[in-house]
Design a protein around this ligand. Sequence first.
Ligand code: SF4
Length: 463
Amino acid sequence: MNDSAFLTRALPLLASDEAAAIKLGTDRFRALRTAAVAAYPPMDDMRARAAEIRRHAVSNLGHYVAQFVENLQTVGGVAHIASNAQEACEVIQGLIDPSSLIVKSKSMLTEEIALNEALERQGHRVVETDLGEFILQLAGGTPSHIIAPVIHMNRAQIGGLFAERLQAPYTDDPTVLNDIARGYLREIFLSADVGISGANFGVAATGSIVTVTNEGNGRFITTAPRIHIAVLGIERLVPNFSELAVMLEVLARSATGQPLSVYTNVVTGPRRPGEPDGPEELHVVLVDNGRSSLVGGEFEEVLSCIRCGACLNVCPVYREVGGHGYGSVYSGPIGAVLSPLLFGEAAFGELAYASTLCGACLEVCPVGIDLPRMLVTHRRREAVAGRAPDPAASLARRYSGLALRPSRLGWMWRLARLSTWPLARSGFIRRLPGPGRAWTDHHVLRRPARRSFRRTQGTDSET
Ligand code: SF4
C-alpha cells in the first residue's frame, strides 16, 4: 500500500484500455502537430511573439481587465468579476431562472469551478453539447485531456453507451455516432433558454470574447439561447486583434495540427437592433480563482498558458497514465504545475513528481512556458514542507552526504563502474537486476565512465 494519491490512481491505469486509447490519441496529435509545424516556417517566430504577448498581458493584468470590462459594457455586455469558484457559481446561478434549460459548450474553467454541480444542486438541467463532454455526461465521467476530454474511450465503448443511455441501435461507426448525438442535441438547442460557454481569449480593446472550436455547437450556444454567459479566466486577455491573430496562428497548430480551427467565433456584445440572431443578454464572468496572486511570483509564467494541450501529448508520464491519474481537472505537465497553485499544495503538490523532467513539454509549448523549471520549484517546496516522497528524499539525502565527501564519492564511482562491468555492452546497460529492472524496462543507462568528470578536471582528491 503506498501513501501517494497519484500512484494509487495511476498504477491501475498502466497498461489499461484507457491508457492504450490515450497513447493512440496522443500519437495522432503529436504527428499532426509535427506536420503542421514543419509546413509553417514562421512557427518559431510566431511562438516567440506569442510568448511575448502573453507575458505582457499577464504582467499588466489589472490594466487589461479594466479595459476589457469597460469596452464590454460599451457594446452592451455585462461584466462580472468573481474572485473564486464559489463566487463565480453564485453569480451565474443568480443570472438563471430556476426553470431554465441550460446548454453548455466545452470549458475547462467551468470544470475548474465545478459549475455543473452547482447548477444541478439548484435543480437546473444542464446539457453538455460538445460531443466529448456530451459523452462524458452520459457516462458520468470526467475529462482526461484539456482539448479531447474523451480521449480515453474507444468508439466501441461510446457505441455501447449510446445504446444504453439513448436507446440508439448499437454502432461503432463514428459518423453514425455523431449523427445520433446531433439528432438528440438539436431539439435541446432549440428549446434552451441559456447558453454557457468558455472563451479562449478576451480582446481588451473591444470587449470581445473569442471561442476556438472544431464543433458547431459553440455557435449555437452563443447565438440561439436568449441569454449567453461566457466564463473567462482573467488571464486570458490579449490587448487587440493583431495580438489575437498571433495567438490563433500558434493555438490550433499546437493543439490539433490545423492551421486554424474549424470555428473561430468573435462575439462583441449581445444582439443589436435589426440583427437576425444572437442573445438578448451577454454576460461575461471573469474568474480569478487564485490567478492574480500568481502575478509577480515564481509561477507567474504559468498564466501565459493557452490550454492547447500540446504538453500533454508529449509527456511520457501523461501518455502512460492519462488525465485521470492526476486527480485534477488539469492534467499532464501543465496540470502538475497548475493544480497545486489552484487547488492546494498539500493535495496536489506531489504531482510535481509525476514528471521525468525530460523537457519535451517546454519544447512544444507555443508560448514557451518553462514547465520543467516550475516543476522543480514545486518539488523544492514539497521538500521544504516535508512532503517529498520517501525514495526521492532519501536518495537526495544520501547523494548530498556523498557529494560533501569527494573521496567517498570517488570510491563509489569506481565501485559502480566495477559492479556494472558484467551488465554493460558497448558502454551501455540495458537490463538491471532486481528493482532496477523497472527503470531499464524504459531507459538505457550509460555505464559510469572510466575517468569521472572530477578526475578529468583534477579535482578528485583521490587522484
Ligand atoms: S503549458 Fe504550453 S503546451 Fe501546455 S497547455 Fe499550456 S500553452 Fe499548451
